[in-house]
Design a binder for this molecule. Sequence first.
Ligand code: GLN
Length: 545
Amino acid sequence: MWGFESMKYIFVSGGVISGIGKGIASASVAFLLKSAGFKVAPLKMDPYLNVDAGTMNPLAHGETFVLDDGRETDQDLGHYERFLNESLDSTNIATQGSIYLSVIQKERNLEYEGDYVDIHNVTQEIINRIQNAGKARNADIVLIEIGGTAGEYQNVLFLEANRLLKLKKHDDVLHIHISYLPVPSTLGEMKSKPVQMSVRDLNAVGIQPDILLARSSLPIDVPRIKRLSFNTGIEDQDIIPAPDVTNVYEIPLDFEAHKLTDRILQKLKLKRKKKKGLLKEWGSFVKKANGAKKTIKIGIVGKYFTSGNGVLTDSYISVIEAIKHASFSFGLKPEVTWLDSGKITSKIDILKEYQGIIVPGGFGSRDVEGKITTIQYARENKIPYFGLCYGMQLAVVEYARNVLRLSGAHTTEIDPETKYPVIHIMPDQTKKLLSREYGATMRLGAWDCKLKQNTLTFKLYGKKSTISERHRHRYEFNNDFLESFLTNGFLISGTTTDGKLVEIIELKDHPFFIGTQFHPELKSRPLDPHPLFMGFIKAASQVKV
Ligand code: GLN
């Protein structure tokens, strides 16, 4: 029943500071609308000029989340997939770079028929992307999350698209502003002025928010709701408290308790199609998560943690969420520790404190030896080990060096001259790197993988013969070494369907030692935890520390 006439549009903007959970709040709104019976198409609009997120350093940008169709996106797409329990595609993401690129390509192809190409063509392209997102999912509602913060010039064209749509389709367009009320420690009091200013910034570009999500460390109180309502013109009941929470999955339930869904539906002149929908199932999941008392200690050894004086965990957000999903389903409370691979070599004993160890995805040579030492420790001490992409490749390197005695074995990503290139570049990748074609050229997205019977992996996947998982890499297991590996209990438990690429490795005499060439964390969902993470957490829960 899709048609422009019947489609509704919800824009979400952020205010005051970044990092206040706009993505999670938007995903929560999407979830609530889905449970009220509507088909929602999320669309993340990122202000940066990169065509996709694949060319950015995780420290600058956070995790690159890969979709089934291979699109390299922002971590917010991960939030939408987890909250909606749906797989998304390229129509659900638009960076400003990709929008400009389309406009310029159209101009080169004479699609503007000799017209003067102007900034309004960019706004038109933004509106096209919004319509396409709805059309692709046959949606009732498109939820457009505008990246960045109100008042920046970087996202002003997205807001201009919002203004124009609102002018044309007044009753079908809603704007939710999520903004931050600081509580300065010297005052101990919540301040509303920054939010008043961020609403004014929106007003200055022709947008009046309909709903305000009041992010703060504490719930916003009545006097401040009144003050904000008076100053911004947003009704009292449309100012929804959004205090910090320890479990982000509670957020949809908190919003529902404040009648956010009803307020949205009323403003968009929609009637709830389902009463409780998915909310009940979600509620039981949150109850189980919050009731978990017994902890499970997992160490993640990676290099993208240190940011200035702080620790940044955004680079591995899907890994953390996947650990949570599996732990919660066993009624366990995960305690995740970040271990900097650069510091581990001299303090290897620190690993004794963990029931399970993960080496996640990564690139380049920095601190690789620390990761290899970690893997050796986990293998020899029978600590459950889960290697994700680079973590699988380095497990192969470790095994080659320390079990097969191939001294100096390595991945050619780090040592192109190694005598034992147990991990090497995929044939089609060499040309791409030589011609510096870095953007969107890795092996990306979902690929089918054939599982080997009688392996732990096969058992964990519920004895499925074929699975599908998402990839993002240039290097692979070197089959020239296959025979030497297939002794001593090293198993190849998954390959591509043509048998050519190794996708999963595992060790026999170990409680859990699995490495995947793909990123299983990208497909774990709260209501549908990933089977390999389930296996890993179960094995880890049996380790005493
Ligand atoms: N650097 C490795 C490769 O390109 C692993 C990539 C990853 O961990 N995502 O193959």
